[in-house]
Structure formats: structure tokens, C-alpha cells
Ligand binder design. Sequence first.
Ligand SMILES: [Fe+2]
Length: 387
Amino acid sequence: MAYDSDLSFNYFGPTKIVFGANAVRDVDIEMGTLGGTRAVVVTDQGIIKAGLVDGITACLGGRCAGVFSDVPQDTGVEVVNAGAEFARKNGADIVVSVGGGSVIDTAKGMCILLTEGGTLRDFNGVQLLSRPQTPHMVIPTTAGTGSEVTNAAVIMDKEMGQKRLLVENFNVPRMAILDPKMTEKLPPLLTASTGMDAMTHAVEAVHSIPHEPLTDGLALHAIRLLYKYLPVCVENGSDLHARGQVQIAATMAGWAFGNAMVGIVHAMAHSIGAVAHVPHGIANGILLPDCMEFNLEDAADGYAMVAEAMGVREKGMDDSDAAQAAIRAMREFIRKIGHPQKLSEMGVSGKDIEKAADMSLSDGSIVNNPRIVMDPAEVLEIFQKNM
Ligand SMILES: [Fe+2]
């Protein structure tokens, strides 16, 4: 892919990664490297029931300040406020989150309140902070969101009737412990859909307007690993090698989109998620191939690289041929991993997609899409193809 001769960019990715089966056993030592002495563990009831927290609290021993496990599937302002209050009362100086996107985002909000005081309603805007926040270690139990290495958190504000977006470079997690054993029990559908969230991060980082060589490198290797290992994880969840490769891919895709941003797929997934509660990864997975088709003329060179990463670019193909091969392979891939194919399977109605098409145009992600989108009818057409 060609880059402008006056290329300039900032790349930001300060999170330390500790990887390995049973790496969580070092949580106490790693906590010390961040200067933490008392850790509050943030998690949800499902993770507790799955038995994923006991080993971590045992390792922390007397340095565990307590476990805050009241995180719902979509976290909210009150949850973050309660979590911060719990951590403060118990004298925590470091936050260890064990879970998926909602748990990690809750912990991100807590870190701000532990440092700055107040409640989450005092923080409305992006890049408001001027100093490092309470250290945060993430132990992901899904492989997809990339939230362990990004500066963003999404927190529902029921009173305001909207989601709050926190974007703070001073609040990126300091460390992520990627332990394949933590994702071993993830069921096949959740494995497939969270994996497709990562795949979408990677593809959107490649086609986004602010993409650059570092994000391309991360995204393309993430695609390579996901294409090879996600089907293995769906087939055999206890293949720890494959689980580990998918975790690494999700984190690389997180670094890629955390810098290069995402585009129309996420704009549409956010909107249909808000309107009809379609899980984020599933919406992305269903919409990705047709959104690639939509962007084809403006992103053929990027998708040609995606085809190379997937190993489907054949000799003699020009960029456009290769891009189309990538789109065909992506459709086939989604079928192969048993991912839902249509939004109607998820209970979405014609009214829902009309509303979501309008909303997509005001989503922040749409501005980074390679093809300019001005007309909600164009978005509606993509939604309709997927009903
Ligand atoms: Fe996403």
C-alpha cells in the first residue's frame, strides 16, 4: 500500500503485555511492578461462577482489598460510582479487572474516580485529564474488545438516556495479562462473535482514513492469526495454543484501531446495538462483508493486503480482484465459525434498521470511513441486505 510522502502520525500504545498459560499466577508480582500494594478486583457474577477469580484472589492474598462483582452486561454510571466507593473504602491503590468489555470499562471509570475524586458525572468530554490515573491491570476473559490496550470506555448514563464515552490517554491500562486459560471456557458462539469484533477492528483499522504503517502491521498480523486460529478455538475451546494466538490477535487489533480508529461497520453496529440490543460482536460480524463491499472502490489496496494476510490473493490478481477475494473469504469465514448470518435472526425489525441507519450517520466512527457516507439510504441498503 502506498503512503503519502508527507506521512505524519502519532502512535500511542503504553500497555505492558504479560502472556502465557497460567500467567495470572504472577498477578501479585506484576502488581508490585506497577507500585500497587492493595488491589481491588473488579469482575461480574458470571466470571465468579466460572471460577476464574478464586486463583487470582488467592495469589493476591492479604494484598486483595476486596472483590467488586456487581458489574452488569452493559455497565453504567452508578456501577462505576459504586465500584469506586467500594475501592476507596477498602484502601485500594490499584485496580485489577477480570472480565470482558463491560468489566474493563467499569474499572477504567473507577481508576479516574480513585485519582480525581467526585463521581463519573463530573467527567464529560474527552482528554480532560492532566496526570496519570490509578494503575489498572486487565485480565481479559474474552478475546475481542481490545479494551485492555485502548484509551476508551463506554458507560451508560440512564439519567441522561445516552452512553458516555471516556477517552483518556492518561487512563490506558498499564498492563494486560493475557492468559489463554482465562478464555478456555468461552462457549463457541461467544468465541466466534468476540473474535469477529477483533476481526472487524483489524479490517476497519486497515481501511480507516488515519491508518498508518504501524497500525497496518498490527492489524494485518491480527487478521492472519484470527483467520487461522479462530476456527480452531470455535471447534475445540480447550486448544490453549489457538486460544493464546486469538488473544494476541485481539490485543494487536486493539492497538491498531485504538490509533487508526474504526469506520462504518462500527457506526452501524453501535446503532443497531442501541436500537435493537444486538450484541456488538455479532452486529460487526454480520455487517462486515457488505460494508467491505460498500467501501471496495475506496479501499481496494487495503483489502488487497487483507487478502494477502488471509492467504487468498492468487497470482495475477490486481488489487481489485484481491480485494474481492478477501470479501468472499470473509463471508465464507463467518459461515465456517458458525456465526449468525442475518440481523433478522437476532430479532431485528424493518423499523429498527430505519432508525439505526439514521443514527449511524451521527456516530463518531463514520468520519473515519474511507468512503464518505452522507445519505442514510446508503446505510439502510446495507442493513437491508443483512435482514
Ligand atoms: Fe468493536
